[in-house]
Design a protein around this ligand. Structure first.
Ligand SMILES: Cc1cc2nc3c(=O)[nH]c(=O)nc-3n(C[C@H](O)[C@H](O)[C@H](O)COP(=O)(O)OP(=O)(O)OC[C@H]3O[C@@H](n4cnc5c(N)ncnc54)[C@H](O)[C@@H]3O)c2cc1C
Length: 534
């Protein structure tokens, strides 16, 4: 049986970053991936629509990765391996149906001019507590560090301030936006971003998440790797290989082997065993971890039952378009230079579409996240042509009907329904980009069913690997019965988007667990504080 110090189940960004960090610390690691590509939600394909056109099939935007502690630590290696980030000063905009638009820039003064003084007030207020807010998203909350963060917040804010901070963090985006900004265009600019956190604008905590994103976009722009996300995957994989580790594709893990309460190996479909002498890290959802990979006797029924009740959120659709010309946007010329523009009537439009999806309906007017990666990285297609990446995050987990009353949904996600719904979306995009139809060379659409088939973590087409409602978020992610990353099985760690700090390319869970595993022993930590000792 092959043997490693640590074995990772799945090759999502949390596994790859965690594996690279452990490998750099001298661990021999093995990453096992059931698909024929490494990277999970990072998949760059040249020719997806037409030869010469490079598309990000799933995730596209890397602000969370570029702002992450994992990147800070691995950057020198990734730089050496040739990974290069490109960025913009115009990260996002919203284009409204009446042809007007609102824009967010990395220039604070420009944002104040566009959105009013309220922008500066909210920015300053958020940044005053940013170490606590970002700390909550980068700390193992149920741990000594979580406790230290709580103590720090208490010292910094006092009892009353801490209660106010906690209360404020629970606000919905609607309440936060309407209390903070007079201008409806400011609401419409920021409300769609709530969807990128797996929430809707009327849910608890969505106001906090909107603030995190609004400030992060001003501070960090919208970085993407030159050549696509695959460059990040290649860099992380090279770090692992150069340290003697292995990464295997088409290796479906069907069992985590537990012996005397400890994870000791994994078994692949087909029977091959791979031993793990120090840790197994599973980048899967609780449903798979407790319902497939572990045996019934391996975890208490309380934890298994909670995992079986783990809820999945709204489904998603992707549309990829190759254009033979640059897009001719109606309205503000900056729209052609903006990597991620939302098309929506505004806050109420997002709210309505979320509500329709939550009720099982295809939204009549879904919020369109329209990505233009070439606004940042022109290498993705031949000169003078263009690629468009579209994300729809308000599709129902259980499909029951069409809010517009036009499409037959009774046979589920057939090819016909997928293309007909995409037509509705493309027709709306065409109202903003006048040459869309005439310059389209090809398009590829992925329905929630296609998305689910690509990754067992995306149950029902939920790209965030589990609803991010408060009872499954932050302190309670993935479930209140097994929060954090430790599991009832010794040496088995749970990572990935279904665990804290949730979805996104920040690799937070991979980093948190790698840090716990490589933490020097207590005696060495105490000795390192003695002055004069090396
Ligand atoms: C369409 C889409 C667009 C997105 N856009 C963005 C974006 O632009 N920016 C951003 O920050 N975030 C984005 N996200 C979210 C972000 O990409 C994900 O939250 C993140 O990449 C998830 O990483 P992960 O480590 O949880 O693993 P995943 O990406 O879920 O990968 C897990 C891997 O494990 C494999 N696996 C599962 N079970 C097994 C098993 N038993 N044996 C072997 N292998 C197994 C799966 O095949 C998969 O490859 C997007 C997500 C999607 C799907």
């Amino acid at each position: 049986m092959a043997g490693f110090d640590a074995v990772f189940v799945g090759s999502g960004v949390n596994s790859l970053a965690g594996a690279a960090l452990l490998a750099k610390d001298g661990w021999r690691v093995c990453v096992l991936e059931r698909n024929d590509w490494l990277g999970g939600a990072i998949k760059t394909v040249e020719g997806l629509t037409a030869p010469g056109f490079t598309h990000e099939v799933f995730s596209s935007w890397h602000p969370l990765w570029v702002g992450s502690p994992a990147y800070a630590e691995l950057k020198p290696d990734l730089d050496r391996l040739g990974l290069e980030y490109l960025n913009t000063d115009l990260p996002t905009a919203t284009a409204f149906p009446d042809g007007t638009s609102a824009h967010l820039s990395t220039d604070g003064a420009a944002n104040v001019a566009a959105l009013g003084e309220a922008w500066q007030r909210q920015f300053d207020q958020f940044m005053a507590g940013a170490d606590i807010a970002f700390g909550a998203l980068g700390t193992e909350l149920w741990s000594g560090q979580g406790l230290s963060l709580g103590r720090k917040a208490y010292r910094q804010l006092g009892r009353r301030g801490l209660v106010e901070f906690a209360g404020h963090s629970l606000l919905s985006a609607r309440d936060w936006l309407t209390e903070t900004f007079d201008r409806e265009q400011a609401h419409g600019l920021l409300a769609p971003w709530v969807l990128h956190t797996g929430l809707g604008p009327d849910q608890a905590v969505s106001g906090f998440m909107t603030q995190v994103i609004a400030c992060a976009l001003q501070l960090g722009g919208m970085p993407v790797p030159r050549g696509g996300g695959v460059r990040l995957v290649e860099g992380l994989a090279a770090i692992v290989r150069q340290a003697g580790g292995e990464l295997r594709t088409e290796a479906d893990v069907e069992r985590i082997v537990v012996s005397e309460g400890r994870a000791t190996a994994v078994r692949l479909a087909g029977g091959e065993m791979i031993a793990a002498s120090r840790a197994v890290l599973a980048c899967v959802t609780p449903t798979q971890l407790y319902g497939r990979l572990l045996g019934e006797a391996d975890a208490p029924s309380l934890v298994r039952d909670a995992a079986a009740r783990f809820r999945y959120g709204r489904a998603e659709m992707q549309i990829h378009i190759a254009m033979s010309e640059l897009p001719r946007w109606r309205g503000d010329e900056r729209l052609a230079r903006t990597p991620l523009t939302h098309l929506t009537p505004g806050l109420d439009g997002v709210s309505r579409a979320v509500n329709e999806a939550d009720r099982g309906l295809l939204p009549a007017e879904a919020t369109i996240a329209l990505g233009q990666p070439m606004a940042v990285d022109p290498s993705r297609a031949p000169d003078g042509s263009w690629v468009i990446w579209v994300q729809l995050q308000e599709l129902p987990q259980q499909l029951k009907g069409d809010a517009a009353g036009e499409l037959d949904t009774s046979r589920g996600w057939t090819e016909e329904l997928r293309e007909a719904y995409a037509d509705r979306i493309v027709e709306r995009i065409g109202r903003h980009i006048e040459n869309l139809e005439s310059a389209t060379i090809a398009r590829v659409v992925m329905s929630p069913a296609d998305i689910e088939a690509a990754n067992p973590n995306w149950v029902g087409g939920d790209i965030y690997a589990g609803s991010c409602a408060l009872d499954q978020n932050l302190l309670f992610r993935p479930t209140p019965a097994s929060p954090g990353h430790g599991t009832p099985v010794e040496r088995l760690w749970h990572i990935g988007a279904s665990t804290h700090p949730g979805p996104g390319l920040g690799a937070g869970s991979g980093w948190l667990v790698a840090k716990q595993l490589t933490k020097p022993p207590l005696a060495r930590r105490l000795l390192s504080k003695v002055p004069g000792l090396p």
